[in-house]
Design a protein around this ligand. Structure first.
Ligand SMILES: Nc1ncnc2c1ncn2[C@@H]1O[C@H](COP(=O)(O)OP(=O)(O)OP(=O)(O)O)[C@@H](O)[C@H]1O
Length: 265
C-alpha cells in the first residue's frame, strides 16, 4: 500500500524524467534521459565513473538547471515549482557541504526549523534519529570534527527529518565502515517499508544487488537498461556481470604498462 493509502491500480511513478539533457561546454554529461522511477521501492542508479549520475541527480533534485527536459516528482514539475518539490524530498548530495561550526544536534535543529517543523517536533525527531544512527554520544561535537561516516549519517538524519516522500542519496555508503553501513541500511529499509522511495547512486554492484529492487544503468549520459533487478540482470549470474556487459569492458593491451612491476627496474 502506498503512503497515501491508495490500494487501487499501479501507483504513479515517484519520479518522471523526460528528455533530460546537460552539457558542460563540449562535454555532454546527460544525453537525453527518459525514465519513470516507481514509487515505494529501493532504487539504484548505477554507472561507471563519469556516467552522469551526479549530474542527473542534481537536475532531478532542483540543484542544477537542465539544458532541456522535464522532471516531475510526485506529479509536480521540479523546475516550475521547486519550493513545493523540495518540501517533499530529502537529498544527501555528493561532497556534502554542511555548517561545520554547528554541532550535530544544532545542525538538525537548524535544518528542521528551516523545514518548518515546530521546536518540539524537531527535538523529538532529532533525538530519535541521533539515537538510531548511533550519533547520540557525538551530538554535541562540531560537525567539522566528525569522521566521514559520521558526516554521512548526520547528513542522512538532516535529509530525513521532515519525513520526505522521496529520498535521493548520492553514494551514501562511500567511506562508511560496515557497522555504520548496516545502521544506514536498516534505517533506509524501514523508511521504504512504509511506502517511501529511496533513489541512490552507486558503482558498488554487490551493494545495489543486495539493497535495490529496481535499477537503472547509466553510461555515457544515457540509460542503458532499467527495470527490476531480475530484468536488468537477465541471464547474467550477477548484476556486476550484467553491468560490465551493458557498459562494455575496456581491455588493456598486453604490452601496455609493461614498465609497471618489480621485474624490470
Ligand atoms: N561542473 C562540471 N563542469 C564540467 N564538466 C562536468 C561538470 N560536472 C560534471 N561534468 C562532466 O560530466 C560527466 C558526468 O559527470 P558526473 O559527475 O555526473 O558523473 P558520475 O556518474 O556521477 O561519476 P562518478 O561516479 O565518478 O562520481 C563527466 O564527464 C564530468 O567530467
Amino acid at each position: 500500500m502506498g503512503r497515501d493509502g491508495n490500494t487501487e491500480g499501479p501507483a504513479a511513478p515517484a519520479v518522471r524524467i523526460e528528455g533530460l539533457w546537460k552539457r558542460f561546454g563540449e562535454q555532454v554529461a546527460v544525453a537525453g534521459i527518459d525514465l519513470e522511477i516507481p514509487a515505494g521501492q529501493f532504487i539504484g542508479l548505477v554507472g561507471p565513473n563519469g556516467a552522469g549520475k551526479t549530474t542527473t541527480l542534481s537536475m532531478v533534485t532542483g540543484l542544477l538547471r537542465p539544458d532541456s527536459g522535464r522532471v516531475e516528482i510526485g506529479g509536480t514539475d521540479v523546475w516550475q515549482d521547486p519550493a513545493a518539490v523540495k518540501a517533499r524530498i530529502g537529498v544527501l548530495p555528493e561532497g556534502l557541504r554542511m555548517f561545520e561550526r554547528l554541532s550535530g544536534r544544532e545542525l538538525l535543529t537548524y535544518m528542521g526549523r528551516l523545514r518548518g517543523l515546530s521546536g518540539d517536533d524537531v527535538d523529538r525527531r532529532a533525538t530519535q534519529l541521533l539515537d538510531v544512527l548511533d550519533l547520540a554520544t557525538s551530538q554535541h561535537k562540531l560537525v567539522i570534527d566528525y569522521s566521514t561516516g559520521m558526516r554521512k549519517k548526520i547528513g542522512l538524519a538532516a535529509a530525513l527529518l521532515h519525513n520526505p516522500e522521496v529520498l535521493f542519496l548520492d553514494e551514501p555508503f562511500e567511506g562508511v565502515d560496515p557497522v555504520s553501513a548496516q545502521t544506514i541500511r536498516t534505517v533506509l529499509e524501514r523508511y521504504t517499508a512504509s511506502g517511501a522511495t529511496v533513489v541512490f547512486s552507486s558503482h558498488v554492484m554487490e551493494l545495489v544487488e543486495s539493497l535495490c529492487s529496481w535499477v537503472a544503468v547509466l553510461a555515457g549520459g544515457r540509460i542503458r537498461a532499467h527495470g527490476t533487478l531480475a530484468e536488468v540482470r537477465g541471464d547474467a549470474p550477477t548484476l556486476q556481470e550484467a553491468f560490465l556487459e551493458l557498459v562494455g569492458v575496456r581491455t588493456t593491451a598486453d604490452d601496455s604498462l609493461d614498465w609497471l612491476g618489480g621485474g624490470v627496474r
